[in-house]
Design a protein around this ligand. Structure first.
Ligand SMILES: [Zn+2]
Length: 334
């Protein structure tokens, strides 16, 4: 029991710091994003540059003159007319995209919003094509490791999966941790990545596909420290279908076994679990996504075939399984 408590403590540090990182990049509360967007649109429709500039960061105010703002507003209104309706803003980890309708069609407004809800940059662009978001994988997937791992974050609700707070590209992502047979996360004091039982364990391709991204060379962090310059750390992305990619992040530096363009089969070893990027303890961040264009991508649920799932003591066999926080999971032997 004590050992489980240790895991929870470490993981809540992880949770806390992931959210802190997120706050550096995107606003978290939709109501605040909505407020910011609504004020921005009102200023456009009022053609009021003063009103618009009140939303600017000091940086943007200093690099953009009032004349430029006035000209932009005049230009937008003369070309497109007043904004008649606005779709729910979409945040993706670096910017907020808002789809606008006017008499002259639909347009996308991109706002770069700071964590205190000021606008640091903005641009109006033609409507960006919406990429289809599959409901689940069509490719047969198996869990991307051997033995049993713990699901620290997974599921379709924010309460069990904090990735939902990071925006659409991270929806339904899963964090898997490996513990030893005594449910211990690490040996000794856990002061080095090597102390963690998960560190260096093989990560397997979840399905057949083609390797399309390989990032290696990001150093593994000392546990409880993070790398703020590389969120995902060493990462492999495998394409399984035109809008179906699996992503494996925080991999161990120098452990990748594949190159871009390689074909891989389900179960092939592609790398090892590591502690690179924005993570405080070795684990695998896994997700399914519909596009390589990060800002336009959306995560969707992964269903794994032939899994053994243990919620408390007894493993249950599941043919089509989507991991949820608190589950212990393994591949069923075929
Ligand atoms: Zn994660």
């Amino acid at each position: 029991m004590l050992r489980i408590v240790t895991l929870v403590a470490i993981c809540s540090v992880l949770l806390h710091t992931e959210i802190a990182a997120c706050q550096d990049q995107i606003p978290l509360r939709a109501t605040n994003i909505d407020n910011c967007v609504n004020k921005f649109i009102a200023a456009i429709n009022h053609s009021d540059s003063e009103e618009l500039r009140q939303l600017f960061t000091p940086r943007l105010s200093s690099v953009e003159t009032a004349e430029t703002t006035t000209r932009w507003l005049r230009d937008i209104l003369s070309k497109k007319g007043p904004v008649l309706s606005v779709e729910t803003p979409r945040s993706d980890g670096s910017h907020v995209r808002v789809r606008l309708k006017s008499n002259d069609g639909q347009w996308d407004l991109k706002l770069f919003v700071t964590n205190d809800f000021q606008v640091d940059a903005y641009i109006m662009v033609p409507q960006i094509e919406t990429i289809r978001v599959p409901k689940r994988n069509t490719t047969k997937l198996r869990l991307p490791f051997r033995d049993e791992w713990y699901v620290h974050a997974g599921g379709s609700k924010e309460s069990e999966n904090y990735h939902f707070r990071l925006g659409a590209p991270s929806f339904y992502a899963i964090d898997f941790f490996y513990l030893d047979e005594d449910s211990k996360l690490f040996r000794n004091k856990g002061e080095s990545a090597e102390d963690f039982f998960g560190f260096g364990r093989d990560i397997l391709s979840a399905g057949d596909g083609e390797v399309v991204v390989v990032i290696d060379g990001v150093p593994d962090n000392i546990p409880s420290e993070t790398n703020s310059t590389s969120a995902s750390g060493n990462t492999i992305i495998i394409k399984h279908a035109p809008d179906e990619y699996t992503v494996y992040s925080h991999l161990k530096r120098g452990s990748t076994r594949v190159k871009v363009g390689n074909r891989v089969a389900q179960g092939d070893v592609i790398a090892q679990c590591g502690n690179s990027g924005f993570t405080t303890a070795p684990h695998l961040h896994f997700q399914l996504t519909n596009s390589l264009r990060f800002s336009e991508s959306t995560g969707f649920p992964a269903f794994f075939s032939n899994a053994n799932v243990r919620i408390e003591a007894k493993p249950v066999s599941r043919d089509e399984y989507s991991p949820r926080r608190g589950d212990w999971v393994a591949n069923k032997q075929e």
